[in-house]
Design a protein around this ligand. Structure first.
Ligand code: AGP
Length: 372
């Protein structure tokens, strides 16, 4: 009913708007006054976490994209090797797991069959399983050794939005916590990132307030057949997520690529007027990444692409190459997906509406996939 949608036309719009609160709620009570993480609720003793020799993340769909981003954070802040794998692939390739492997299963519903089967397999091999889940008491957390709940509240729209942002927050918390417990050379960075995490809800709110031009742009692209997405580093999974949203909702051909792969094939797809969304890392910090992507944008634009650039506010080097510029607030490199994904959600939702599609119930899809 309209009341359930809180005045919005679709649950998806309501859930996009709820993201600042979902992010804040997922952080709530997990950072103490001294700025340290307290995740006692994760009932895996620190002594066990100190002995972890490998992290394996399993998930499907959007949750898998959160897991891909988590890999960058976990390896950077903890120096523990981490791999992220589609749950449906993981179980069938005889993965190497032992008592020192920490498996993280990410799932909004907690009922996804592939993810459940992957975690069962991992536990049979003696690995410890931590679930990151949004649904209290669902099967995946019940069958795991420990759980860190995301506090997104119920997500009704089939296309995941607020659950994704909170999965990212939970992944960062786990990565930072592992770093904190094990003590790495990144101690100071970890403290400063924990502080920056507290700003994220406000920054997501800022992004939401500036989305009208994104909606306008989406409407002008309703007749297109293809949209491509490019990103590097954590921007790469963001590109994949932007493409997935567009497939699910707008039923358009949409593909995400690692920008560094362009010359290895995808650049052949660039032709006159094809829209290409590019997620640009901050020009501060690891600026090599930034400069590389700026030259990628120049390359595709020279071949006729219509560039839709998501970049940090005040990034002047990229602006001249953007046919459409979508500005996002400055965040630490690893946290950028929390703000960069939001315009892509809005973009897909508006395109779906413009094409007359059912936003909350896309064709052929179910909210949770409880079969293999
Ligand atoms: C995302 O928009 C999806 N509809 C889908 O990819 C989803 O993320 C996936 O099925 C995993 O679901 P889960 O988080 O409930 O396990």
């Amino acid at each position: 009913s309209a009341a359930e949608k809180g005045g919005y036309d679709y649950f998806m719009l309501k859930e996009i708007a709820e993201q600042p609160k979902a992010v804040a709620d997922t952080l709530l009570g997990r950072i103490d006054l001294a700025g340290n993480l307290c995740l006692d609720e994760v009932r895996i003793p620190a002594s066990v976490l100190r002995e972890v020799s490998k992290v394996v993340i399993v998930a499907c769909g959007t949750a898998y994209h959160a897991g891909m981003i988590a890999k960058y954070a976990i390896e950077h802040w903890t120096r523990i090797p981490c791999e992220t794998e589609l749950a449906s692939e993981f179980r069938y390739r005889d993965p190497i797991l032992d008592q020192r492997t920490l498996v993280i299963a990410i799932s909004q519903s907690g009922e996804t069959m592939d993810t459940l089967m992957a975690l069962r397999h991992a536990r049979e091999q003696g690995a410890k399983v931590l679930a990151i889940c949004n649904t209290n008491g669902s099967t995946i957390p019940r069958e795991s050794d420990a759980v860190l709940y995301t506090h997104a509240g119920p997500e009704v729209a089939v296309a995941s939005t607020k659950a994704f942002l909170t999965q990212l927050v939970a992944c960062y918390l786990v990565a930072l916590y592992l770093g904190q417990v094990r003590g790495t050379k990144w101690g100071d960075e970890i403290l400063s990132v924990i502080r920056e995490l507290s700003e994220i809800a406000t920054q997501v709110e800022e992004v939401l307030e500036t989305m009208e031009p994104v909606r306008e742009l989406a409407r002008t692209l309703a007749g297109k057949n293809t949209v491509l997405f490019l990103g590097r580093h954590v921007g790469y999974p963001v590109a994949l997520e932007g493409a997935l949203k567009l497939k699910e909702l707008a039923y358009m051909h949409a593909e995400g690529f690692a920008a560094g792969e362009l010359k290895h094939g995808p650049i052949a797809l660039i032709e006159q007027d094809v829209p290409v969304v590019v997620v640009v890392p901050s020009p501060r910090g690891r600026s090599v990444l930034h400069d590389k992507i700026v030259s990628n944008i120049q390359e595709i634009r020279a071949r006729g692409a219509r560039t839709i650039v998501i970049a940090e506010r005040g990034d002047e080097t990229v602006a001249p190459y953007a046919d459409h510029l979508i500005e996002i607030p400055a965040t630490p490199t690893l946290l950028q997906p929390l703000v960069a994904t939001v315009p892509l959600q809005v973009f897909a939702c508006e395109l779906a509406t413009a094409r007359g599609n059912e936003v909350d119930q896309p064709r052929n899809l179910a909210k949770s996939v409880t079969v293999e």
